[in-house]
Write a protein of this length. Sequence first.
Length: 221
Amino acid sequence: MLEVKNVSYSYEDGASRRLILKDIDVSFKSGTFYTITGESGSGKTTLLSLLGALDRPQTGDILFNGQSIYDDPSTYLSKHVGFVFQSYNLIDYMTAYENVKASLNIAKVNKSPENIYGLLNVLGIGKDKADRLVSKLSGGEMQRVAIARAIAKSPSILLSDEPTGNLDEQNSRFVCEMFKILAHKLDLCVIMVTHDLNLAKKSDVIYRIYLGDKRLIHETL
Ligand SMILES: Nc1ncnc2c1ncn2[C@@H]1O[C@H](COP(=O)(O)OP(=O)(O)OP(=O)(O)O)[C@@H](O)[C@H]1O
Ligand SMILES: [Mg+2]
C-alpha cells in the first residue's frame, strides 16, 4: 500500500550534503502496526516526514496505492495521512471537540457532533472532557484527543513520532493498544517511531535504522 522505493535522503551541510537515509526499500501494508526504532539522530523523524510527504528524497520514490505521493502531496496528506506528535500539537484555546472538528474542516470531511463525541468517547474522553479546553486536560488525555483528531477523517495511514515521549507507562501502553486496534479493526497502516523497545514489542513489525548503516533493518526482538 505504501511502498518506499530505493529512497536516499541527505541534508545540506554547508557546501556538501550529509547522508541520513540510504537505499531504503520497504513496503508498509494496511491492517498492520509498525514501529521504527533507532538511536537518536539515526533519521527516524526524517523518514516519517518523507512518508508524510512533508519532505522529498533526493533519490527514489514513495508510492501510495501505486501513485507517487509527490504527484499531489497536499491531497495525499490531507485525505490519507493522520499525524500524532509527541507534543500533541492541539489548539489550546479550543475544546477537545473543537480540535477534532477543526481538523475535519481542514480535510473537508463532514461528521455529525454525535459521531465526533462518539469517537472521543471510544478513546476515553467522555462528554464533560470533550467540552473542556484541551489546556485543562492531562497529558494522557491530550494525546487521546490528538489520536481522535488524527483518525477522525478516516485516513489510511497513521504516522506517529514518539507519541509516548511525554506519557507515563500506563498511558503509553494505552496508546500502543489503541494503535494496534486501529490497525487490526479499522485496517489502518500505523507507523510509530519509538525509543522504547518494550513498546516496540507490542507492534506487529519492528524496523530499526542503524546510525552508521543508514538503512532500515527488519528487527526481531
Ligand atoms: N533540517 C535539518 N537540517 C540539517 N540536518 C538535520 C535537519 N533535521 C535533522 N537533521 C539531522 O539529521 C539527522 C537525523 O535527524 P532525525 O531528526 O531524523 O533523527 P531521529 O532519529 O528522529 O532522532 P531523535 O531520536 O533524537 O528524535 C540528525 O543528525 C539531525 O541532526
Ligand atoms: Mg526524532
